[in-house]
Design a protein around this ligand. Structure first.
Ligand SMILES: Nc1nc2c(c(=O)[nH]1)N[C@H]1C(S)=C(S)[C@@H](COP(=O)(O)OP(=O)(O)OC[C@H]3O[C@@H](n4cnc5c(=O)[nH]c(N)nc54)[C@H](O)[C@@H]3O)O[C@H]1N2
Ligand SMILES: Nc1nc2c(c(=O)[nH]1)N[C@H]1C(S)=C(S)[C@@H](COP(=O)(O)OP(=O)(O)OC[C@H]3O[C@@H](n4cnc5c(=O)[nH]c(N)nc54)[C@H](O)[C@@H]3O)O[C@H]1N2
Ligand code: SF4
Ligand SMILES: [Mo]
Length: 905
């Protein structure tokens, strides 16, 4: 036992629930994670991602040293911080002098801490003098920002998590909370178990695990939310289920809105949305009659060309029924990233300024300039993410700083994004993991400290600020984001304003926080009463928390007064508009993209933990069974998935939770894990006109069968990230290749590939060399005439590496042997047998999935238990599934329900 083992309270670095974690560590390393029982977001719970944090972040995948290249054709070479930042400051200063301040831009992230955000924002606006600072929150929360501001006057989610438990009717729209906000979903499940009368409505085109738990699931046609929400309001008005007194006293715009929703009668709406009139009616009734009505929403509403209208239409329902400012009531937007809220508060979107101010408002600019002690802030509007990358592509932006986001994976229309990144004269990437797709475009790579290594604050979905604490020192030469930004800023100051005193004399994140908070004074989010020591004393706090306050604010607008000019909330009238792309003959399917339970975005972190691939192992396109049949496709078959903008090759799988005409692909797969430019090569850059948020959930696509007779399969234990790095580029020439870490106890890399013809023998030799399949205890079989080859490496009577080329029929069977540490006679016999069927029992197309990640329980074992008549409690008792983090419980319930359905049919 290491005597230095101790615990540091911090937060989870994934989703916006903002759970508290207790990090167990010694002086150098993180050893374990537990939920913090004292943290008011999770009270000790963690989901499958949070509870495996200590298993992620393989040092081999980390960016460790600054790296610089002095020409696009050259490789980057390791350098020191001084050289790196001097070079950067020189390049920025030169670009600014020659082309003006708007020729540089910063693209930052909702995963930065508030202090990091503030430093970058001040750097861009005060020092460089540009509003070109935008964040990946543009892809995430910007429609919610517009929604709140337009309707309520300020960007403030008015509710608390507790309200989810207190509501009588909860409506979840465009959110797969069971996967994306699991700990909150757990709280909702527990509340419903205590109060079964509580109603749950889910609006999602897919029957997700979240929808599966609903009392009413409205599987609307994608993109039709505005019509649906207006249809609900139409019924509320018609039936008199509105709060007249509240409307009269606290809102404006009802006359116009009434005129608009008159046209959204139940029949028309049911038809637009593709749902039953009765379901629409029931939905309105439950909302209208609920003593307390709360709605939760996320990317299904925000990531849309009518994202702002969807937000407004939803908030309209709350204003019309007076369901806001009371316990258990209100429009509650779920934030995606851990500190998307902090980004909004510090004004780190092109159109914002710190303290919920507007960059386009001259008074706001003057206030911030005065606070910073500079003459003025730039008046020219900054560019939002999509426009920003267009400007880079067109050469209007010539120096780009990217921090804590992976645009070469996450932005829509990757072909264009990559043209931009390749064309930009100077790209800085400030990254914790050198494996992100964007790193390949970096002229300067700056290694960033990350989770467990950095200090600051974050704000979660319920406006609650937590103190994020470092447990261990940053790896190698990595530095905290705020520190890098400030160091660079001081060097740039010496070039741009040599005579002035520094604006960046910060020596700690706390100093940044203290300066930042002054900009919130007397604003709606006033958090002047908070400092780090208060958070350490009282725990995480909700803003507003003005100076002198004793505690934070759980609920806003209890008095019916809104932060608008006349104190009234606004009912917004926006008609329904169809999404930008529609189904048509050439592209008859709508591609929806979203989250998996156990992966995080581009998977730089979660992708280092083999056990997080147990639930879903590889990129697979989900299609409704009918669509598969119509195209004569079967499970596991490779297809070409194409849109107007690009294509990828991957296997298909029947998914009966999708309606006809729809397809679903997880958003996580980028170029590293799947050959091609990833899911976003297909998506379109159309944006919402107000929020500028792109439509990431609605692209017209088609699938076509692709025949790739030459197949490849390999599995090798050992240093997974090293193997990944050396092998991945070798597969660039193939039409299909997919990579996944696997193995809980013995980590291994798994590769599947296919091509239309047999690659060269030299290519295969190179692969074998990397896999350790050339010499030593390697058994081989080659049939060059048939193009079939097999290699298996056996050490201490166990398979440690294997490779099949030409034909892969035995792959699943071999994998089982590997997993069970068997290398018996049967293996030897098979190895020498001619090509053909694999030995052993018949196995499914896809590997058996691990439903319960904590206790390592597979779907087949759960299904066997269900066949034996076990219910949830018995399954928990016998198999232990669902007894730790609980993230798998919705899925187990679904499997139980499926069985019950099958039995009654
Ligand atoms: N496991 C996991 N959790 C995460 C993340 C992660 O990467 N992994 N990321 C975090 C982040 S940054 C975010 S933003 C959140 C996202 O959280 P969510 O928004 O809940 O997740 P998504 O899966 O992107 O999309 C939610 C649902 O929107 C539905 N949808 C698609 N089109 C429409 C439509 O037109 N109308 C409606 N009503 N629904 C539609 C999809 O079918 C999908 O089920 O998750 C956060 N939590
Ligand atoms: N098709 C499709 N595309 C989508 C979405 C979708 O639903 N569908 N969702 C969109 C949404 S909502 C979001 S939020 C975006 C997310 O998109 P990204 O922001 O690109 O996602 P991440 O992979 O989380 O990128 C964060 C990067 O920061 C690095 N990093 C981690 N910690 C630190 C740190 O402390 N400092 C620094 N400097 N770097 C760090 C990580 O290694 C990672 O590469 O994706 C968007 N793209
Ligand atoms: S719900 Fe899961 S991913 Fe989100 S903050 Fe909590 S532990 Fe982390
Ligand atoms: Mo997000």
């Amino acid at each position: 036992m290491n005597p230095n083992r101790r615990t540091t309270a911090s937060t989870c670095c994934y989703c916006g629930v903002g759970c508290g974690v207790l990090i167990e560590h010694n002086d150098e390393r993180i050893l374990g994670v537990q939920g913090d029982p004292e943290h008011p977001a999770n009270f000790g719970r963690l989901c499958s991602k949070g509870s495996t944090l200590h298993l992620t972040g393989d040092v081999d995948a980390r960016a460790q040293f600054p790296e610089l290249r002095l020409g696009k054709q050259l490789p980057r070479a390791r350098t020191d911080w001084d050289t790196a930042l001097e070079h950067a400051a020189g390049a920025f200063a030169e670009t600014i002098r020659e082309y003006g301040p708007d020729s540089v831009a910063f693209y930052v992230s909702g995963q930065l801490l508030t202090e990091d955000y503030y430093a970058f924002n001040k750097l861009a606006r005060a020092l460089v003098g540009t509003n070109n600072i935008d964040s990946n929150s543009r892809l995430c929360m910007s429609s919610a920002v517009v929604g709140y501001k337009r309707s309520l006057g300020a960007d403030a989610p008015p509710c608390s998590y507790e309200d989810i438990e207190l509501a009588d009717c909860v409506m979840i729209a465009g959110s797969n909370m069971a996967y994306a906000h699991p700990v909150l979903f757990r709280r909702l499940e527990e509340a419903r178990a205590r109060r079964p009368e509580m109603k749950l409505i889910v609006i999602d085109p897919r029957r997700t695990d979240t929808a599966e738990q609903a009392d009413l699931h409205l599987a609307i046609l994608p993109g039709t939310d505005v019509a649906l929400l207006h249809g609900i309001l139409h019924i509320l008005l018609w039936e008199g289920w509105v709060d007249r007194a509240f409307i009269d006293a606290h809102t404006e715009g009802m006359a116009e809105l009434k005129g608009l929703v008159r046209d959204y009668g139940p029949l028309a709406v049911a038809q637009i949305c593709g749902i039953a009139v009765d379901d629409l009616q029931r939905c309105a009734e439950w909302i209208g009659q609920a003593p307390a009505f709360l709605s939760l929403w996320c990317m299904g509403l925000n990531q849309s060309s009518s994202g702002s209208a969807k937000n407004s239409a939803l908030i309209n329902l709350h204003l019309a029924t007076g369901q806001i400012g009371r316990p258990g009531a209100g429009p509650f937007s779920l934030t995606g990233q851990p500190n998307a809220m902090g980004g909004r508060e510090t004004g780190s979107l092109a159109n914002l300024l710190p303290g919920h101010r507007e960059a386009g408002n001259p008074e706001h600019r003057a206030e911030v300039a005065a606070y910073w002690g500079i003459e003025r802030l730039p008046a020219r509007p900054g560019l939002s993410a999509i426009e920003l990358f267009d400007a880079v592509r067109e050469g209007r932006i010539r120096a780009l700083w990217i921090a804590c986001t992976n645009p070469a994976q996450s932005l829509p229309d990757q072909t264009r994004v990559r043209e931009a990144l390749a064309a930009c004269p100077f790209v800085i990437v400030q990254e914790a993991f050198s494996t992100s797709e964007t790193c390949q475009f970096a002229d300067l790579l700056l290694p960033a400290a990350t989770w467990g290594e950095k200090e600051g604050t974050v704000t979660n979905s319920e406006r609650r600020i937590s103190h994020v604490r470092a447990a261990v020192p940053a790896i190698a030469e990595a530095r905290a984001d705020w520190d890098i930004a400030c160091d660079f800023a001081r060097r740039l100051e010496r070039r741009l304003r040599p005579d002035a005193s520094s604006l960046f004399d910060f020596t700690s994140p706390h100093a940044l926080f203290e300066e930042y908070k002054g900009l919130t004074r007397d604003r709606d989010l006033d958090l002047c009463g908070i400092d780090y020591s208060l958070l350490d004393r009282l725990g995480p706090q909700q803003w507003p928390f003005p100076a002198g306050a004793e505690q934070g604010t759980a609920r806003l607008y209890g008095n019916g007064i809104f932060p608008t000019a006349n104190g009234r909330a606004r009912l917004i009238s926006e008609p329904y508009c169809a999404p930008k792309e529609r189904r048509e003959a050439r592209y008859p399917l709508i591609l929806n993209t979203g989250r998996l339970r156990d992966q995080w975005h581009g998977m730089t972190r979660t992708g280092t933990a083999p056990q997080l691939f147990g639930h879903v192992e590889e990129a697979v396109l989900g299609l409704p069974p009918d669509e598969l049949r119509r195209r004569r496709l079967t499970d596991g078959q490779l297809v070409k998935l194409h849109s107007r903008r690009g294509q990828i090759v991957l296997p298909v799988q029947a998914d009966d939770r999708l309606r006809p005409g729809q397809a679903f692909l997880p958003m996580h797969w980028g170029e590293r894990f799947l050959r091609g430019l990833g899911v976003n090569v297909l998506t379109l850059p159309a944006v919402d006109p107000l929020s500028m948020q792109p439509e990431l959930k609605h692209a017209a696509v088609e699938v076509s069968r692709i025949d790739l007779p030459w197949q490849f399969f390999a599995l090798a234990e050992g240093p997974v990230q090293h193997r990944f790095d050396s092998l991945r580029p070798l597969f660039d020439g193939l039409q299909y290749a997919s990579f996944s870490p696997t193995g809980r106890e013995r980590p291994a890399l798994l590769i599947r590939a296919a091509h239309d013809e047999e690659p060269s023998a030299e290519w295969l030799d190179a692969i074998d060399a990397h896999l350790g399949l050339v010499d030593g205890p390697v058994m081989a079989y080659d049939d060059p005439r048939r193009g079939v080859g097999r290699r298996v490496r056996i050490e201490q009577s166990r398979i440690v590496a294997l490779r099949l080329a030409g034909e892969t029929a035995a792959s699943t069977w071999l994998r089982e042997l590997w997993k069970d540490s068997r290398a018996d006679e049967e293996l030897h016999r098979w190895l020498l047998a001619p090509p053909g069927a694999a030995p052993g029992k018949a196995v499914g197309t896809f590997a058996d999935k691990t439903v319960c990640n904590c206790m390592n329980v597979s779907q087949s074992r759960i299904q066997a238990g269900i066949e034996n008549g076990q219910d949830l409690e018995q399954l928990k008792c016998q198999l232990k599934c669902g007894t730790a983090c609980g993230s798998c419980i919705p899925e187990i319930k679904r499997l139980l329900a499926q069985r019950a359905m099958a039995a009654s049919a």
